[in-house]
Design a protein around this ligand. Structure first.
Ligand code: M6R
Length: 369
């Protein structure tokens, strides 16, 4: 059932355009209106929300971090994102008008399940984003949006991540539309961009050979840093997690602005630093800041690999390698920029001869707290 791929992870990476298309299918109409009747929350329920918490673990948590940026911008609601293992021990302030979005591929993660039970005990409304129909987390939630990624076998999450992002965007856009806030008029345009995302993911996948070569050339590196800003920050965390999990390398993701508050002292000659560069269009300030972060690490001898938007002519002269991804609005960029990082980690682990689908010490579904 690997369909000719050597590992499930490779198959699942390749399936991402189809998986994201499946997440989106039938969930908006031709006028760009979001259709989420299936989640069993009325428009009024969505209008009653005055605060959002997103709760998840691991890769699903990184999807939640991206969702926070989108929900705050589109919906103008306060939105916190929290690790499930911390959430209920922190005594979060929850009530009837709190929407708690729990994200879990498996639907069985014990930390996330316990967080959801805590939220429901406090009368919050819980919406699950899950890939597994009928699993415990969707069953115990008030509402559910399935990601429809298809079964994910590899322990390292790939297509689950991209489809969680797509589902989060749908929820954010729906909230914006029903609440009729300032950015509601952006919804139609973003929906069109979202609909085009599967083809763009396919474009990224078609251009991955240089990334694979790069990964193979990294044989002697024993650590790597990942930096990003805004939605590039969770992507950096996700890239680092993939590398830890698959290649058993010490990899760390940072918000690029935090470098000078400590992590920059880790940089030595040749330290690999992967930089998720925001689009130079639109939020140019963000782009300028990341370019100065690149200069800071370069000046200390780092080997810089940039993931940048095609047409970005500013970054290339400052870095050692550039991987270009197609143009897309900033908030949707993780759908594309995460892909080279998945491929990079997978190839690096393969080059080391490691077990790609079943890394040591890990389980696909973590059903203990
Ligand atoms: O099934 P879940 O989405 O609840 O799983 C959460 C994490 O255990 C999971 O994303 C884990 O971090 C992955 N192995 C990362 O690739």
């Amino acid at each position: 059932e690997k369909d000719g791929y050597e590992h499930f992870m490779l198959k699942e990476i390749a399936e991402q355009p189809r998986a994201v298309a499946d997440t989106l299918r039938g969930r908006f109409d031709t006028s760009g209106q979001i259709l989420l009747d299936e989640v069993r929350m009325s428009d009024q329920d969505f209008r009653d929300v005055d605060k959002v918490f997103i709760v998840a673990c691991g890769t699903s948590y990184h999807a939640g971090m991206v969702a926070k940026y989108a929900i705050e911008h589109w919906v103008r609601l306060p939105c916190e994102v929290e690790l499930a293992s911390e959430f209920r021990y922190r005594d979060p302030v929850l009530d009837r008008s709190t929407l708690v979005i729990v994200i879990s591929q498996s639907g069985e993660t014990m930390d996330t399940l316990m967080a959801l039970r805590h939220a429901r005990n406090q009368k919050a409304r819980v919406l699950a984003i899950s890939n597994t129909v009928g699993s415990t987390i969707p069953r115990e939630s008030d509402a559910v949006l399935y990601t429809r990624a298809g079964i994910e076998v590899a322990v390292a999450s790939t297509k689950a991540f991209l489809t969680q992002l797509a589902a989060c965007y749908l929820v954010g856009l729906h909230l914006a539309a029903v609440r009729g806030i300032k950015y509601a008029d952006e919804v139609g345009a973003v929906v069109a961009e979202l609909a085009a995302a599967p083809d763009k993911i396919a474009e990224v996948l078609a251009a991955m050979e240089p990334v694979r070569e790069l990964a193979r050339s990294m044989g002697t590196a024993d650590r790597a840093l990942f930096i990003g800003r805004h939605v590039g920050y969770p992507v950096a965390l996700e890239g680092a997690l993939k590398l830890k999990e698959l290649a058993y390398m010490h990899a760390e993701g940072f918000a690029a602005g935090e470098l000078k508050h400590g992590p920059i002292s880790l940089i030595e000659a040749g330290t690999p630093v992967v930089v998720v560069v925001p689009s130079p269009r639109g939020r140019s300030l963000l782009h300028d800041k990341v370019v100065s972060n690149i200069q800071e690490v370069k000046a200390r001898g780092a080997t810089v690999i940039a993931i940048a938007e095609e047409g970005d002519a500013v970054v290339a002269p400052h870095v050692d390698h550039t991987v270009f991804t197609p143009r897309v609005p900033t908030l949707l960029a993780p759908l594309l920029t995460a892909v080279p990082l998945q491929v990079f980690a997978c190839e690096l682990a393969a080059a080391k001869g490691l077990d790609i689908d079943q890394p040591r010490n890990l389980a696909k579904s973590v059903t203990v707290e």
